[in-house]
Design a protein around this ligand. Sequence first.
Ligand code: SAM
Length: 329
Amino acid sequence: MPKDAFNREIDYLRISVTDRCNLRCVYCMPLEGLRFLPNAEFLTPAEIETVVRAAVAIGFRKFRLTGGEPTLRLDLLEIIERLAAIEGVGELALTTNALLLDKLAIPLRTAGLSRVNVHLDSLNPATVERQMRWGSFARAWQGIAAAEAAGLTPIKLNSVVTAGYNEADVIDLARLTVEREWHVRFIELMPLGGGECATVSIKRYVSNIETRGRIEAALGPLAELESNNPSDEARNFKLAGARGVIGFISPVSEPYCGTCNRMRLTADGKFHLCLLNDDEMDVRKALRTNGGIEAVKRILARAVENKPTGHHLLEGRSTRERSMYQIGG
Ligand code: SAM
């Protein structure tokens, strides 16, 4: 398994397949002024396959497709089929807003996807409309049901807690775990990209200390679960008698850089070395000049060696060049 300069084992590659999205969450994408990559800049399914073959060859085992909204990519099923067929790909998951899962869940499962993480900020349709702006709660909920029926489990729901929008809705989300074997996880806002959404992320930040307090006040004490995965970015808990798990992902109030095991690949073929830094290494040029798998292995190994640690979230700073939808959350 590749180790970085801080002795962290890096075996998890998060692959963004597009920067387009069918939502405009208030902290992620502005309503105006967006510029998307031309299609020719996206890595093709064959190029993504080469990167994953190289990653497996140097010890990567976990893979996740993300975006933007990955289900908007018309060749998503081909990408999944290609990656699922690679020996050594241990887990292949997808992060999605579920809006298109109603029709896609079964084909995704058939193509070889293991499971999905679904981003849904609230169970209240009015909050979803205000905070996520496009799409609807009903469509997302239908998509989640389809994913569960298709066996893309365990379902993990991610909610980004945003002051003035959904901070009170965390209670209903947490309550889902009483009856369901789902993981419901609360994510702290991070400023990315330096634009209007970064400002929203700073102004509307809610710490998970506060979110946990709100949940415990309404639903009772949370018991912490022992982790069997040291790289899990969430600290996990259970309500008494609950079937599911409540997780807190707290990059600001409780940073977890020390156990980070991730490398990221952007849709336009750059290894993005750390979510909260701008450092990148281009791999697309090597792919498009017949560099082949050996060249990709060398670039990825160098990317791992150069992975930084630490961030400046507490000072309200992170990336300036790219926002979350351009990196792949
Ligand atoms: N479209 C997919 C989705 O909705 O999950 C995948 C991409 S989206 C960028 C991945 C995750 O990043 C979502 O859970 C989203 O809420 C989260 N996210 C976006 N901007 C964020 C921010 N500023 N701080 C924390 N999480 C953010």
